[in-house]
Design a protein around this ligand. Sequence first.
Ligand SMILES: Cc1cc2nc3c(=O)[nH]c(=O)nc-3n(C[C@H](O)[C@H](O)[C@H](O)COP(=O)(O)OP(=O)(O)OC[C@H]3O[C@@H](n4cnc5c(N)ncnc54)[C@H](O)[C@@H]3O)c2cc1C
Length: 301
Amino acid sequence: MAARDSKAAESTPGYFRARVAGVEQISPSLIRVHFDGPGLAGFPSTGVPDESIRLYFPRDGEVEPPPMTVRDGVLGHHDDDDARECRTYTVRHWQQERLSIDFVTHGDGVASLWAAAARVGDMLGIWGVRSWYAPPADTAWQLLVADLPGLPALMRALERLEEGERAHAIVEVAHADDRVDVVTKGDVTIDWRVAGNGRASSELADAVRAYALPDGPGYAWFAGEAAAGREIRKHLRNTCAMPVGRMSIIGYWRADKEQWLERYAPLEDRLLVEYDELVSSGVDETAAEIHWDEMLERAGL
Ligand SMILES: Cc1cc2nc3c(=O)[nH]c(=O)nc-3n(C[C@H](O)[C@H](O)[C@H](O)COP(=O)(O)OP(=O)(O)OC[C@H]3O[C@@H](n4cnc5c(N)ncnc54)[C@H](O)[C@@H]3O)c2cc1C
């Protein structure tokens, strides 16, 4: 990569360049990659447990992805002929200019394959920090539900609980040895399941249905496969009458994504028009995201 490009990347607001500083296999399905380098200076970590970033990977023949640049006020890879794909990952740790990410190795997929082959010195591009986890101030208990891709964020949520704060976690892993040690001051129970994760049917929705919500104002957070998230949201809203402001249900990945995208493609334009109309009418982000999922469900997606 030309020095001119590196300089441009470092000076493009919102775009960061990360150099692999170390790679650890932390469980059968999880690889932790540590990043550092001057291109991470000023990374705007929010400290919110599920803060996520978009990762850009080098294409064949590239040492690192080219920097995003601003054109007409829009940050992008403007010189690419094909849209450059990115993948969303959670910031597992951000400390002293060093960033760590836990990658699930699930087989095919640009991100999973990249992580499995990552070596010290490899480069990634990073853009955009976003998060959802936001228990209201009066929260008396939390229900945290995740499969493997959601585990890094769930661990961060548990780690920051204070003494007396209550949480029940339901976590689905691919192997018994994917169960990680939990460090927390909180009052925490964990229901580990070896299921789901593209290897077996998910037990998450059944586990949530079987869990009796405690009394008092609670907060539910889900990060995992989108279909499981939809079932859990419906249960919490319809059966438990949980207000939408007390839950964050985020689909992190889709089983059989390729087939889903084939079914989605012919419907995309119509769905986006409907969604844009909704957003222009002023509904808030949470309501819009729920509505989007309901639109997908009505469309058979
Ligand atoms: C906010 C957010 C935070 C996330 N944080 C993390 C994180 O910290 N760690 C992490 O590993 N993932 C995380 N994910 C999920 C990750 O973005 C997806 O799993 C992504 O699809 C992986 O990209 P890929 O290139 O490896 O596979 P893709 O090219 O997207 O998919 C290839 C194939 O693999 C399947 N697939 C994708 N992901 C999985 C999986 N996890 N298990 C089984 N099959 C899968 C797809 O259905 C498809 O058939 C997060 C997602 C979001 C939205």
